[in-house]
Design a protein. Structure first.
Length: 194
């Protein structure tokens, strides 16, 4: 819980500093936006010394609307392909997908560049499957994800390029145990504004 509060505090402080220095209305004000991104997630949870990454390469889709005052409200879906490995006749694979809502504040960092401190809240599912060696194991467990971060959006008149960096704080229960499945999430993509 302490990490959640620290991350939210950092996102809030960044938003306040950037909004205090904003000098012009952002290029995204009063516009709806949709986007697609190629993502990559790095597992930051338990057993991070292992090369088995439940995030890996992913696809991110989302959209939302920026109000006149610069407040952004949106939703997104992230699907990470995860990782798989085989050892001793046993195959194992894992991945994570998540969906939820986002809120942020769009700050003009130039005539066409917008920086958006944001936080997401949603549901995430951790899936693990193992087969071979005389047994099969398949588990899919969900949890609440909180994802503070920042996005940079370059408006090109109806089209935009974007990138974002988020930290997904996620804890899932598998059986009687809870474990940390948090990840550092990067995304690069494009979208449309209208």
């Amino acid at each position: 819980m302490r990490n959640v509060l620290k991350a939210l505090g950092c996102a809030l402080a960044l938003t306040l500093v950037m909004s205090a220095t904003a000098s012009a209305q952002s290029a995204t004000a009063n516009k709806a936006q949709v986007f697609g991104e190629l993502g990559y997630g790095i597992w930051m949870g338990e057993d991070t010394d292992d090369d088995f990454n439940p995030y890996g390469i992913g696809l991110n889709l989302g959209g939302g609307y920026t109000l006149d005052m610069g407040v952004y409200i949106g939703a997104r879906l992230d699907y990470y392909l995860g990782d798989s490995e085989e050892a001793g006749g046993v195959e194992a694979s894992t991945n994570i997908y998540q969906f939820g809502i986002e809120a942020g504040y769009d700050v003009a960092a130039g005539s066409d560049l917008v920086v958006r401190p944001q936080v997401g809240l949603g549901m995430a599912t951790y899936a693990f499957e193992s087969s071979g060696g005389g047994f099969d194991f398949d588990v899919s467990e969900g949890g609440i994800s909180i994802a503070p971060g920042v996005a940079a959006i370059m408006d090109m008149g109806g089209f935009h390029l974007r990138g974002d960096l988020r930290y997904s704080i996620l804890s899932v229960d598998v059986g009687d145990e809870s474990f940390d499945a948090s990840g550092l999430l990067l995304g690069v993509g494009a979208g449309a504004s209208f």
